[in-house]
Write a protein that binds this ligand. Structure first.
Ligand SMILES: [Zn+2]
Length: 205
């Protein structure tokens, strides 16, 4: 028996048209599959399959290789960008950084200005922004499965000079045009990651 096959939509290899046509059907299939077999159990099965004893072989060169697995739990630091993630998680507000010398406002924030290399200071930026460019994505990792298709694009807050690469809700549209006005929306349960927020089109006047 081979390793269990993960739902195709997590690792899609189809063409765009096929994927587009099959998305609704695939959503139902994966939802059913995940309900009956949690993803963790499928991954455990794959690991068990890969760890099956193999005949003794010599690997590259003259070195004997055996299969093994490594599990790591770790933390990483956001370093100089910590305030951005802390404020996003705790207060659902967006912080950029302003150059102390030339006044450039960066979003996402940078500790130093890329124009004049001076230090920056923290600066709140608007939830409202303008789409600089975007593309529509029919591919998703499990985090975004429920929102396929969605747009990914650069959004510049109205009071910033640079934009952030972020998810934009399509709201039934096929594409989001450059120049579209959008506003930030925040997850109710935020954990301090960039996907704690996304953008949606603003209601047209
Ligand atoms: Zn500067």
């Amino acid at each position: 028996m081979g390793a269990p096959v993960l739902p195709t939509v997590l690792f899609p290899s189809w063409g765009l048209t096929e994927l587009k046509n099959s998305t609704e059907k695939a959503k139902e299939t994966i939802k059913k599959e995940l309900k009956s077999r949690p993803l963790e159990s499928m991954i455990d099965e794959i690991i068990a399959e890969r760890l099956k004893p193999e005949p003794s072989v010599l690997g590259r060169g003259d070195y004997f290789e055996i299969p093994d697995k490594m599990v790591m739990f770790y933390k990483y630091s956001y370093g100089g960008q910590s305030k951005f993630f802390h404020e996003l998680k705790e207060n659902a507000v967006l912080y950029g950084a302003k150059c102390k010398s030339c006044g450039m406002v960066y979003f996402p924030p940078r500790t130093h200005c890329s124009e004049c290399y001076s230090e920056t200071s923290w600066q709140r930026v608007s939830n409202e922004g303008i789409v600089l460019s975007s593309t529509t994505s029919w591919y998703a990792t499990s985090d975004f499965f429920d929102v396929v298709p969605y747009a990914v694009g650069y959004v510049k807050p109205l009071d910033a000079d640079t934009g952030i690469l972020q998810r934009i809700d399509l709201r039934g549209k096929e594409v989001i045009e450059p120049g579209t006005k959008v506003t930030a929306r925040f997850r109710e349960k935020r954990i301090g990651v960039v996907s704690d927020f996304w953008y949606e089109m603003m209601e047209q006047d």
